[in-house]
Design a protein. Structure first.
Length: 112
């Protein structure tokens, strides 16, 4: 990450001081943490999507909502009924549905 930050500050024409590089590392980490990855079935990852409101949704391995891309729009869609006062939770990774569905299997059929 530090190497990317150093390249970014150099490309931007800023001095590659430790302070500039550290601030850029922090910014890159925030972007990486809060970005939604945009995938195409044929091309794989085709970009990232930054949306501050969607980034406020918390993570759950048993989410009640999901982020879906339709064209250039991101939609927060309920996967289960959400009552007033319920926290809206999404899965930050694609692995959680596999884990949670595996937990419903008898212990003898689990691979973990």
């Amino acid at each position: 990450m530090e190497m990317m930050a150093m390249g970014a500050v150099a490309f931007a024409g800023l001095g590659t001081t430790q302070e500039n590089v550290q601030k850029t590392v922090e910014l890159l980490c925030k972007i990486q943490t809060n970005a939604f990855h945009r995938y195409d079935s044929d091309l794989g990852q085709v970009g990232i999507f930054l949306e501050p409101t969607l980034a406020m949704a918390n993570h759950s391995c048993i989410p009640n909502a999901m982020v879906q891309f339709i064209g250039r729009k991101a939609i927060l869609r309920a996967e289960t009924p959400i009552e007033v006062g319920d926290e809206i939770e999404i899965s930050y990774t694609g692995l959680c549905p596999i884990v949670t569905s595996s937990l419903s299997l008898p212990r003898s059929h689990r691979s973990f």
